[in-house]
Design a protein around this ligand. Structure first.
Ligand code: PEP
Ligand code: MG
Length: 887
């Protein structure tokens, strides 16, 4: 027969699947000889069987009785004994902690007879009646669903009439009578007096609480599978509410907020754990226990040291002191803040408890990302005005402006650029602003990608905002916010507040920017060491997506080993837009050539700056990618301008020509239209001028004694013939430039067809770079500018996606194309360098996949570079890469 019940002395912490986290750790503490009240765990198997059929599996009650008899023998007390009754606590405990989501029933075993025995034995009648009323309350609520308020209401009434010491024994006895009446009224029979019946019903109720609405919601939120079930721990009661020499508390082996060493916690004299949670009385710091009960305090400290050495990590515990005797009720590896995670990992390594490799696995890229951004101090902040998509982390406060020029011109303090959505024209405003807020678009919208690249805080897709740029205001409900008003935006949570919420600067960001020395602060020192170790062990390279020398220098400071993607379209904004317009509108080859000639020196200067900033490191320059009409004014704006001019009887002049061009070039799906390599093949001379500029820039850097390492990358290739045509032209141009170095020519792999024909394409490509933004868009048929704001929220809420595929690579779909491209590309061209430059290159989980898929490097926005370095280090450790212990 299957075994459903394990005594605490039978289990250990490796069996958390079966015994739940709490049960496994109680067993572990028991094995360590720590003072755990005797008890046993009913397994998650039993729970699953119970939930499947609605009845306990065969033999469960007999097994529970057998284990109960062992507990009784160990304590020499019996459940239901009228003179000195054993009482039991029945607590839930699943594989993963779900704090407060499931049920607990204490004081099982009390009835009208044993209550007197408890009173006599404890020498405290008041305590006995108080325990009995707690049992009826918890049992009534948990087993029979009696509303908790009904009991709470009666308790409050009794407390109101009681003296300063609280209700006396008589009052509590009357309260028990009242509670029993409530019970009978709701349930239709009296409160069960048989202790074993109480126990079996309590176990069943705890099993059922796995299915409660709040537990389901919590699991969905925390991504805990729904089919695990909970274990139930049945343990002899110990009492912290037996007078001033009793009490209850929680403690941590180190400070879970900062990681500082020392024992931290809270203690409440003469109370049960539930009172601490209910917040009825204020706790005192644990250090107070040293004064109140030095012996228990020192024993507790010893135990905590034992636990930390045994678990080799921060532990938290719950304990009770019953008349001067310490009991451990729970332990687990404790949750901690991101800062504490770094500090504790390095401390444990210093103490010899873990290796440097393990220390690296104790922190995550997501935690480092969190530490790099300033944070709002939201204690006491008003509720947010609205919530959008947190698209680029950070905390920004500033005055509202509605157009890019106003942002760039703002002189008195930081501004937040508020737009329905952004386009490349908004770049100067985005550079000038402290933060960007849009009402449309998601995490890969223009605003999000550009803001992340610049490290600007950005909240996108805040659909509650109705933005009226012309009137210079936005409204949320009936609140109107005008230009010049202060707002605060949180790029992590997407929250938007009116007014100024205080901001704390990040010491980690200051260290990474070279402004703070590593030893200046324990957290910074820990980040320095763990990043250093990650660099020592990782095999995956980390480059940055950067378009300006300033970004390139920043990326280099943050540890980037080159540029994996320079989006050259960002170089054609501002005044240069006029040259692109000239190019588009040119009727004659001579006009077109004149426009291209004018672009050449400007583009060359761009590349010289970039190559200088990344001297000695690869700089992958991508030829122009976006549809050209993005450089022209929007259709609606031009139509209005022309109509206004005509209405006034004026000649719309150049606007009419522009309008005709925009109409001609209009596409229903511009992302699937004339862009990328297709542009290079139909706009004569466009790619050639970029190639020439790069070759001349490299030659200039060589003459100046530099070490330029340019690479040319062709976007949106779907067929090898497209790449071959562009590469032929590029090679012709390169041959014409005196003194230019060898420049590899590679391609983005960002269409499914490119991935599917990677073997053919590799014949023409010196390298591949996976454009996972477009590859995700085209594999799923998702418009990357629209879907995150439109139906993704519904998909996420329904669990169709655990997370947006634009944020974390969809391994089973897009990932297969990635693997195919790597395999077929390298089969055709052994040693082919393959990187990734989509947004996924900065996502720690996706990085683990890219490493496993055999990529050479990831390229991400400069601010993600440290995160990617750390993530790559963790991946190397997880893969068992050999490393010296360079602590
Ligand atoms: C991509 O598609 O992943 C990519 C890097 O290019 P872009 O985002 O510029 O389209
Ligand atoms: Mg792309």
């Amino acid at each position: 027969m299957r075994k459903y019940v394990y005594d605490f002395i039978e289990g250990d912490r490796s069996r958390a699947d079966l015994l739940g986290g709490k049960g496994a750790n109680l067993a572990e503490m028991t094995r360590l000889g720590l003072p755990v009240p005797p008890g046993f765990t009913v397994t998650t198997d039993a729970c699953r069987a119970y939930l499947a059929t609605g009845t306990p599996p065969d033999g469960l009650y007999e097994e529970i009785n057998t284990h109960l008899r062992q507990v009784e023998a160990r304590l020499d007390r019996r459940l239901g004994d009228p003179d000195d009754p054993l009482l039991l606590a029945v607590r839930s405990g699943g594989r993963y902690s779900m704090p407060g989501m499931m049920e607990t029933i204490l004081d099982i075993g009390l009835n009208d007879v044993t209550v007197a025995g408890l009173a006599a034995h404890a020498g405290d009648e008041r305590f006995a009646w108080d325990s009995y009323r707690r049992l009826i309350q918890m049992f009534g609520h948990t087993v029979h669903g009696i509303p908790a308020e009904e009991f709470a209401h009666e308790l409050a009434a009794v407390r109101a009439t009681a003296g300063p010491g609280g209700p006396n024994a008589e009052q509590l006895r009357d309260l028990v009578d009242t509670y029993k009446k409530i019970f009978t009224r709701h349930v239709g029979h009296d409160f069960p007096q048989a202790p074993h019946e109480q126990l079996f019903l309590a176990v069943g109720a705890v099993f059922s609480s796995w299915r409660s609405e709040r537990a389901r919601v919590y699991r969905r939120q925390e991504r805990i599978p729904d089919d695990l079930g909970t274990a139930v721990n049945v343990m002899a009661m110990v009492f912290g509410n037996l007078g001033p020499d009793s009490g209850t508390g929680v403690a941590f082996t180190r400070d879970p907020a900062t990681g500082a060493p020392g024992v931290y916690g809270d203690y409440l004299t003469d109370a049960q754990g539930e009172d601490v949670v209910a917040g009825i009385r204020n706790t005192v710091p644990l250090t107070e226990l040293e004064r109140l009960d030095p012996a228990s305090f020192h024993r507790l400290r010893q135990i905590m040291t034992t636990l930390e050495r045994h678990y080799r990590d921060l532990c938290d515990v719950e304990f009770t002191i019953e008349r001067g005797r310490l009991w451990m009720l729970q332990t687990r590896v404790g949750k901690r803040t991101a800062a504490a995670a770094f500090v504790i990992a390095t401390q444990l390594a210093d103490e010899g408890l873990i290796t440097a490799d393990e220390a690296l696995t104790r922190v995550t890229g997501a935690q480092l990302a969190q530490l790099m951004f300033p944070a709002f101090d939201i204690d006491g902040a008003a509720p947010p005005l609205a919530v959008g998509v947190g698209a680029s982390p950070g905390a920004a406060v500033g005055r509202v402006v509605f157009d890019s020029a106003a942002a760039a011109a703002a002189a008195d303090g930081p501004v937040i650029l508020v737009r329905p959505e952004t386009n490349p024209d908004d770049l100067p405003g985005m550079i000038a602003a402290a933060g960007v807020l849009t009402s449309r678009g998601g995490k890969t919208s223009h605003a999000a990608v550009v803001a992340r690249g610049m490290g600007r805080t950005c909240v996108c897709g805040a659909e509650a905002l109705r933005i009226d740029v012309d009137r210079g205001e936005f409204t949320v409900g009936d609140r109107v916010v005008r230009a010049g008003e202060l707002i605060s935006i949180d790029g992590t949570s997407g929250r938007i507040w009116l007014g100024e919420v205080p901001v704390q600067p990040s010491p980690v960001a200051r260290y990474l920017a070279g402004e703070l020395r590593p030893e200046s602060d324990p957290l910074v020192a820990a980040v320095h060491r763990l990043l250093g170790h990650a660099d020592a062990v990782r095999t995956l390279g980390v480059r940055a997506n950067a378009d300006t020398p300033e970004d390139a220098r920043r990326a280099r400071r943050l540890g980037a080993a080159g540029i994996g993607l320079c989006r050259t379209e960002h170089m054609f904004l501002g005044e240069r837009r006029a040259l692109v317009e000239r190019l588009i509108l040119a009727d004659e080859p001579a006009e077109r050539d004149a426009a291209l000639d004018a672009l050449l020196p400007l583009q060359r200067a761009d590349f010289v700056g970039l190559l200088a900033a990344m001297d000695g490191l690869p700089v992958t320059v991508r030829l122009l990618d976006p549809p050209l009409h993005e450089f022209l004014p929007p259709l609606a704006e031009l139509t209005a301008r022309v109509a206004r001019a005509q209405a006034r009887g004026e000649d719309p002049g150049r606007d009419a020509t522009l309008l005709a061009a925009v109409r001609r070039m209009h596409e229903a799906n511009p992302m699937l239209g004339l862009r990328g390599v297709r542009l290079g093949l139909v706009v004569p001379g466009l790619f050639a001028v970029q190639v020439r500029a790069l070759a001349e820039a490299a030659a200039q850097r060589l003459r100046a004694g530099g070490d330029p390492r340019p690479e040319i990358m062709v976007p949106l290739v779907g067929d090898v013939r497209e790449l071959a045509a562009v590469a032929d032209e590029a090679r012709r141009v390169l041959a014409e430039v005196d003194g230019a170095p060898e420049i590899p020519i590679g391609t983005m792999v960002e269409t499914p067809r490119a991935a599917l024909t990677a073997g053919e394409i590799a014949a023409e490509a010196h390298f591949f770079s996976l454009g996972t933004n477009d590859l995700t868009q085209t594999t799923w048929a998702f418009s990357r500018d629209d879907v995150e704001g439109s139906f993704f929220p519904a998909y996420l809420a329904r669990g169709i996606f655990p997370v947006s595929p634009f944020e974390r690579l969809d391994v089973s779909g897009v990932g297969r194309l990635v693997r195919l491209a790597v395999a077929e590309g390298r089969a055709a061209r052994p040693g082919l360098t393959v990187g990734v430059c989509g947004e996924h290159g900065g996502d720690p989980d996706s990085i683990a996949f890219f490493a496993a898929a055999g990529l050479d490097y990831v390229s991400c926005s400069p601010y993600r570079v440290p995160v990617a370095r750390l993530a790559a280090g963790r991946v190397a450790v997880a893969a068992g890469t050999d490393s010296s212990d360079s602590r």
